[in-house]
Ligand binder design. Sequence first.
Ligand code: HPA
Length: 264
Amino acid sequence: MSRPVGLVVGTGVDGVELLSDARALRITTPFGDVQYLRGTLSGVDTIILKRHGEGHVVPPHLINYRANIMALYMLGAWQVITTSAVGSLQSSIEPGSYALMDDFLDFTKVRAHTFFEAGNVVHTDMTHAYSGTLTHVLAAEMDTLNLPVSTTHGVYVAAEGPRFESPQEVRMYVAMGGSVVGMTGVPEVTLAHEAGLEYQTIAIVTNYAAGMSGAPLTHQEVLDAMARASASIVLLLRQVVPQVAGLPDGRAAAERPLDFLLRS
Ligand code: HPA
């Protein structure tokens, strides 16, 4: 059976322009309602969730990550590609470049971060939280499109936000081996992995992290950098979504790890 491909788009990426015949829909999950777009992208049935909501109104620490991932799970979108604006922690990872992730460091603090609460003691392995298969497809296509790729094995540092990091926090993240820092990657990736979905993010490097360039950071520079990248992101998604649609289902289809939440 063919499944919809799931996209979660972050700051600076407008979902509706990606789809032909986009319909605005809503699904009720055990964690709340989720609005999404469903339509066709390069001939493929595609679901798009806007991470920060319509009009970019939900800050990173208040996003209902569980509802979003549950919605994708319930809609049968086993392959999930997301976009995320990130700051660079390494001089070799230049603003304007694109990065794929291989691992993460979680410094979030106040987020509902798991599907497995009392009564369901499950310890999900995070050795391959980011999908190697999706990395492969995305990296090959970025190469074809000649996009500047800074790393395909990035370590994503998830900061709580919504403030930017302090310079000393940035030095700590660098010492710990972080590649990029953002505010939304965790628990999105960990919940997706708990759900058995294949997940990878296209990280768009918008700036050097706080203290690295000397100048204070602004949200506007993140938005400006995303605006410069948006045409390339659209092109990349148009190319990869049909390839992703043909991939095997991942763990979710066989194991259905979250079905217990849907039994009333
Ligand atoms: N820090 C955290 N999140 C971000 C940054 C940053 O420097 N740039 C874009 N998103």
